[in-house]
Design a protein around this ligand. Structure first.
Ligand SMILES: C[S@@+](CC[C@H](N)C(=O)[O-])C[C@H]1O[C@@H](n2cnc3c(N)ncnc32)[C@H](O)[C@@H]1O
Length: 435
């Protein structure tokens, strides 16, 4: 694909490259343009993985209960401190709470599962301002442990008090990995999803809570999560950032274009696209069952894909989005592991499809929060990994390859993205880091 020199400015310390295989040209990296992130930079869990504290039931050994020895929790690194500090700011909570698709779907899910919550013990993993804990108390929970390591927990305590719920909602200011809860819980609720679902790596803390406290057969909300990807075409965005340099007040500034590509497209971009930008049906990158997923599975996720373009268009990269599903222990999850999500309601997207519905049409009728381009907008938007140069694809042209998403060794909250793709006999590699 693109040739070019090494543009590394030494800021990021590592190289990002997109290269056509035969040429093996390495493009260095500039830090990408700034973007508003719901979750600030930060955070690295200790890379030892497995945070299984305390006692839990082992699924793998069938019905046999197995006591696991108490392991010390991973250390709270400087990255963790920075991460939790970012959540002490009011703005991040305001943005999340004002995201009505997010907050109302959680509220609806809690009310829909009232029979599992009423008179029961709940843990809210990462309670923030306490909003989900209060919803659970309103749904009749006997006790809610609202856990947050950020100083926002101080405000959560005040909010709980002001609403007369201090006897029901117990705010614990600390990491889920460190706090002690002296009873088993019936329900875990958490809003843990980062951009591209896995950015931020908070799901590991939900798994830790599950393995520490959840009763066998207990409820986890959300119960399932699915990450999707599809090739996209976004000529306007490309022109806005790149073609702009061709003629600037009558001056040929195309010498700037290589740098502009590096700066604009080195890192994944969080932005809103529409169904019209999507060239094919999406494919599933990862389906997660929150009852069974293990922390180690999240270290690295690889998916192979094979798309057939539904139209002739310049392909500018791949778009990612996710949905989460709120279903009770008894109901079966929607089938999303087969690759294409055509039957899964709100996850699906294509230029020709109708607008998105929040509820699935599958038999379990589980509530779904979707961040698809055709769903009501959310603060997660979509995440786009742009190529430095577009590939012209014909209708029915096949685009295939693999994508690997892995937690950065530098900081586990960062995500390394490794793409391999080929089309019309040409192969490319693109690597980037979502910081
Ligand atoms: C996305 S916010 C959700 C806040 C709130 N539940 C809501 O829905 O508005 C995630 C929260 O989880 C907290 N958090 C993340 N990892 C945590 C951990 N391991 N232990 C305790 N709190 C954690 C963060 O500090 C942050 O306040």
């Amino acid at each position: 694909m693109k040739s070019g020199g090494d543009y590394s400015n030494g800021f990021n310390g590592d190289h990002h490259h997109e290269l056509e295989r035969p040429e093996k040209q390495l493009l260095g990296g500039l830090s990408s343009f700034g973007r508003a992130k719901r979750r600030s930079r930060g955070v690295a869990h200790d890379s030892r993985g497995g945070l299984n504290n305390g006692v839990r039931v082992s699924d793998e050994l069938g019905e046999q209960k197995q006591l696991e020895t108490q392991k010390s929790p991973p250390p709270c690194t400087d990255f963790d401190v920075a991460y939790f500090h970012s959540y002490a700011h009011v703005g991040i909570h305001e943005e999340m709470i004002k995201d009505r698709a997010r907050t109302e779907t959680y509220k609806e899910a809690i009310m829909q599962h009232q029979s599992f919550i009423q008179g029961k013990v709940v843990v809210d993993v990462g309670c923030g301002t306490g909003i989900l804990s209060i919803f659970c108390a309103q749904a009749g929970a006997k006790r809610v442990y609202a856990v947050d390591a950020s100083d926002i927990a101080v405000q959560a305590k005040e909010v709980v008090k002001a609403n007369g719920l201090s006897d029901k909602v117990i705010v614990l200011h600390g990491r889920v990995e460190d706090v002690e809860i002296d009873e088993e819980v019936d329900v875990i609720i958490s809003e843990w999803m980062g951009y591209m679902l896995l950015y931020e790596s908070m799901l590991g803390s939900v798994i830790t809570a599950r393995d520490r406290w959840l009763k066998p057969g207990g409820l986890i909300l959300p119960s399932h999560a699915t990450l999707y990807m599809a090739p996209i075409s976004h000529p306007d965005r490309y022109s806005h950032s790149i073609d702009f340099w061709r003629n600037v007040y009558g001056i040929d500034m195309s010498a700037m274009m290589q740098l502009a590509k590096q700066c604009a497209f080195e890192e994944p971009s969080v932005e809103s696209i529409s169904g019209e930008n999507v060239l094919t049906w999406p494919e599933v990158v990862k389906h997660i069952d929150c009852q069974t997923i293990k922390i180690q599975e999240l270290d690295s996720v690889t998916a192979r894909y094979k798309f057939k373009s539904m139209m002739r268009a310049p392909m500018h990269g791949f778009g990612f989005w996710f949905d989460v599903e709120f279903s009770g222990p008894a109901s079966s999850p929607a089938k999303t592991s087969s690759g294409i999500s055509v039957a899964s309601g709100s996850s699906s997207v294509s230029p020709s499809r109708e607008g998105n519905q929040k509820k699935r049409s599958n038999p379990s009728d589980a509530l779904v929060l979707s961040t698809s381009p055709e769903a009501p907008p959310t603060h997660w938007q979509q995440t786009i990994v742009y190529f430095y140069d577009p590939i012209d694809v014909e209708q029915d042209q096949v685009i295939e390859g693999s994508v690997t998403l892995s937690q950065s060794k530098e900081n586990r909250r960062f995500m390394n993205i490794h793409f391999e793709y080929s089309s019309a006999g040409r192969s490319f590699v693109k690597e980037s880091v979502m910081r």
